[in-house]
Design a binder for this molecule. Structure first.
Ligand SMILES: Nc1ncnc2c1ncn2[C@@H]1O[C@H](COP(=O)(O)OP(=O)(O)OP(=O)(O)O)[C@@H](O)[C@H]1O
Ligand SMILES: [Mg+2]
Length: 462
């Protein structure tokens, strides 16, 4: 059976069309799950140490080396038992160190993985282990081979989770998938980042037990979904504003005919950039940004919670000499899980500000009673960069198509924000904007695409 999978930066979902009906895969009670995995740290157990022939040989080598040392130094020779006991102690210690290195660098703890909100909660409660949120954000980054392997394993775990849950729900083995992809992946290597992202997804899908996968651009998938609802043929602009990317397509849809995808445009920015914006604008000044002499890039690193190298960089800094209260707050922010919590607070504030003119959060995990207040103007300042870029992308799309679309179909979690909706409207004045389900537009279209043979979606060159 073939399903559609929306492997989102923030949320993932899956669906299939069964007997003509769209069926969403349910993860517990939910129709999507946060794209996060938690791996509890495997603590190596010294009781697992046994003297294999290879380790025995190492012990013998240590005993021989000690004898030689004694002779050269002219010391009285120690008994064989003593020497051997010391040698075993050294070999055992090395063995433990090796296991510890392997456990933190490898896939050893992958069987115990937790997914979604459960993953984030476990990480915050346990205070140990590894939490990987939004792995999709890293697919297009320059990765050393070891890190790439880890990222592939993480993606494989998420895809396998989806495959097994879907297999259980549909009562038949799920072995094929149409996976959504952004028009432009977040990348540090230009187009090569996009290629790498696809190869990571392909490899991960194979490990996860999929025999065959294909990819469909996310806005084209959303277009497939919109297509189903259109009785008359029309040319429409589809806009999907998600957590990591903003994707646009121009398509000819409706009337039960074959949908034709004319063009697409992508911006590797989304809702997670708004969270970073809120964090830098409203939170970080309370940690000393622009006030303490700590370089601004430290605050960017702390706020970039999905960028593991930046997070590592921030944790390495020494803030013991920074003036109070900033020094203590920065040190608290270096604690396990604190940047994750701060990011959750920034996301909450962003969502609150999309519904009301004021919002506040309390950062008790940093300092008892540390309260941050923000108003609509703060959100405007925090989101200006993203809204400008998004506006330019939409203006470009409008200029490229050179005619007024019949409608604009809007989906993606970030499209819930009235400020974002307003900006979309400004690029297409007088055009009807149709609001799809912000969370399920893409996955519903991917399910349609999974049902149809590839020939049923005509695509022109981009
Ligand atoms: N009311 C709201 N106002 C603003 N943003 C919101 C609101 N509700 C959810 N979001 C944001 O929507 C984003 C998630 O959207 P979505 O699920 O479409 O992304 P995704 O599919 O995981 O990402 P992508 O498609 O970019 O890979 C998050 O950044 C979330 O904070
Ligand atoms: Mg999406």
């Amino acid at each position: 059976m073939r399903i559609g999978i929306d492997f989102g930066t923030s949320y993932s979902a899956a669906a299939a069309v069964v007997d003509g009906q769209l069926e969403l895969v349910r993860f517990g009670d939910a129709r999507q799950f946060r794209t996060a995995v938690f791996f509890p740290e495997v603590v190596p157990n010294v009781d697992d140490f046994v003297l294999t022939p290879a380790l025995e040989a190492q012990v013998d080598a240590f005993v021989r080396a000690s004898r030689l040392d004694e002779r050269q130094a002219g010391r009285t020779p120690r008994g064989e038992m003593d020497l051997r006991r010391d040698a075993i102690r050294v070999v055992r210690r090395q063995w433990m160190e090796e296991r510890t290195r392997e456990a933190s660098a490898s896939v050893a703890s992958f069987q115990d993985a937790l997914f979604g909100e459960e993953a984030v909660d476990a990480y915050l409660e346990e205070g140990t282990g590894n939490l990987i949120e939004s792995p999709k954000s890293m697919f297009g980054y320059k990765l050393d081979p070891r890190v790439r392997k880890t990222i592939v394993s993480i993606a494989a775990h998420i895809l396998e989770h989806v495959r097994l849950v879907a297999t259980r729900q549909f009562g038949t083995p799920v072995r094929e998938a149409v996976i959504g992809r952004p028009v432009e992946f977040r990348s540090s290597m230009g187009a090569a980042g996009g290629e790498q992202a696809l190869s990571i997804l392909r490899e991960a899908a194979r490990i996860a037990g999929f025999d065959e996968v294909s990819f469909l651009e996310e806005p084209a998938a959303a277009a497939m979904h919109y297509h189903q609802s259109l009785a008359e043929r029309q040319r429409a602009i589809i806009v999907d504003i998600g957590g990591g990317t903003t994707d646009v397509a121009y398509a000819e849809l409706g009337a039960g005919e074959v949908p034709i995808m004319h063009r697409s445009w992508g911006l590797p920015r989304g809702g997670t950039d708004l969270d970073v914006g809120v964090s830098l604008h409203s939170f970080m000044p309370r940690f000393g940004k622009d006030l303490s002499g700590v370089p601004v890039h430290h605050f960017v690193e702390a706020a970039s919670v999905h960028n593991l190298p930046k997070q590592r960089e921030f944790r390495k800094q020494d803030y013991r000499l920074v003036d109070e209260p900033f020094g203590s707050r920065l040190r608290a922010l270096q604690g396990t899980g604190a940047t994750t919590r701060l990011n959750q607070s920034a996301e909450r504030m962003k969502i609150d500000l999309s519904a009301s003119d004021e919002a506040s959060v309390t950062l008790d995990f940093i300092e008892a009673g540390l309260k941050i207040d923000a108003v609509a103007g703060d959100f405007r300042a925090a989101s200006e960069d993203f809204l400008d870029r998004m506006g330019r992308l939409l203006d470009q799309a409008q200029a490229d198509i050179g005619e007024a679309p019949a409608s604009v179909f809007l989906t993606g979690g970030t499209s819930r924000s009235p400020q974002v909706r307003e900006r979309v409207g400004a690029s297409f004045p007088g055009i009807r904007v149709v609001h799809g389900d912000p969370s399920l537009g893409v996955v519903s279209g991917l399910a349609q695409a999974a049902l149809l043979s590839n020939s049923s979606i005509a695509s022109e060159s981009r």
